[in-house]
Design a protein around this ligand. Structure first.
Ligand code: HEM
Length: 328
């Protein structure tokens, strides 16, 4: 895209399969799109199999710009991801970060290399799952294992076809759905049953939990008799909880902009800053990966829905400040 922009300028039109796209690459144009014409671009393209796959239209990202989207956005900004809720869930992040740090210190002491992508993914998943439903994704219990399994399959099948957005595939989408649709549907059926069980468990414990998680807050809203809350069905509720993960992209609009900008940007930055600060403050890093260029990190991007390195980032943490020294 960058090469094309150098050739064709800061605004150009491109066809991706059957989809029409406009690529913008200047601050002035971005301002024009996200401020002056924000409303015209507030509609996200729907997922390729939105009509077949349950949840596809009920999630936040794929929700059409309208009453439900406005309601969930308000709920995010005032409750779920509000500064107050982020402050209340600080202890969750501290605990998980401590666990992450302890693991790295142990690996450093044993001179064991670490797959950083996998460790950071585990850290983020654990934080988000605990904040959302008081369940750690990497615990050895049944539910956590299942969540991890479903997410893995969702990413895998999503990157093959069902996760495609817009009408990129045109009439071919029927063929792709025939190939991969069943896998996606079976997986979502499993997610649905699991979330239903977890919702029931949470419903039984309403008012008993000391620190409310996102599922508690959503359930309270769902059970509220006021008209606005009725927009939310049980499927909406589950779609919202089947949270998407994000990786960090280094652009000026990392979190998008305008009304569809990322509502989790504050939480994303908090998690990223504290993880990076911990890694820099406590360790020197020795890069040990294979498949890289003369000892340099290979920045080639892997295939899939989210931006990630094609080759795993394998490093040896060399401890230079051990915060647990007194207790270990
Ligand atoms: C560093 C981490 C993150 C990055 C780089 C990121 C980036 C983005 C981007 C680029 C968008 C699309 C904006 C657009 O379409 O214009 C987005 C949307 C979204 N993000 Fe994030 N995000 C991050 C973390 C999070 C977190 C932690 C959450 C929630 C827990 C979250 C929830 C969402 C939701 C719900 C949307 C859809 C908003 C809508 O459609 O109105 N994100 N994010």
């Amino acid at each position: 895209m960058q090469n094309l922009a150098t050739q064709y300028g800061s605004i150009f039109y491109i066809r991706l399969g059957f989809s029409n796209c406009i690529v913008i690459s200047s601050a002035t144009m971005a301002n024009e799109i996200f401020k002056t014409h924000d409303l015209d671009f507030a509609q996200h393209p729907k997922l390729a199999f939105a009509d077949e796959i349950p949840y596809a239209r009920c999630g936040f990202f794929s929700a059409p710009y309208g009453d439900y989207w406005r309601f969930i956005k308000k709920l995010c900004m005032t409750e779920l991801l509000s500064p107050g809720q982020l402050e209340r869930s600080r202890v969750v992040r501290e605990e998980e970060l401590g666990r992450f740090l302890r693991g790295l210190v142990e690996s450093g002491k044993k001179k064991e290399v670490v797959n950083m992508g996998a460790e950071l993914m585990k850290l983020t998943n654990n934080i988000i799952c605990t904040m959302a439903m008081s369940t750690r994704c990497s615990e050895k219990d049944d539910e956590a294992d299942k969540i991890r399994g479903y997410l893995k399959i969702a990413y895998k099948t999503g990157s093959k076809g069902p996760g495609l957005i817009g009408d990129t595939l045109g009439p071919l989408s029927r063929l792709i759905f025939w190939l991969y649709g069943k896998e996606a549907m079976d997986n979502l059926q499993g997610v649905d049953e699991l979330l239903e069980r977890m919702l029931k468990k949470h419903e039984d414990q309403i008012g008993k939990r000391e620190c409310e998680d996102l599922m508690d807050i959503l359930l309270k809203v769902y059970r509220d008799d006021k008209a606005e809350a009725k927009i939310m069905s049980r499927t909406h509720l589950k779609a919202f909880l089947f949270v998407s993960r994000s990786t960090v992209e280094e652009t000026f609009l990392t979190f998008g902009a305008g009304r569809r900008a990322c509502p989790g940007s504050r939480l994303g930055l908090i998690m990223m800053h504290s993880a990076v600060a911990t890694m820099v403050q406590c360790f020197d890093w020795k890069f040990c990966g294979d498949g890289h260029n003369g000892g340099k990190i290979n920045m080639e991007v892997g295939k899939g829905l989210f931006i990630h390195l094609a080759q795993p980032l394998i490093c040896l943490p060399v401890v230079h400040f051990n915060p647990f020294a007194a207790s270990i």
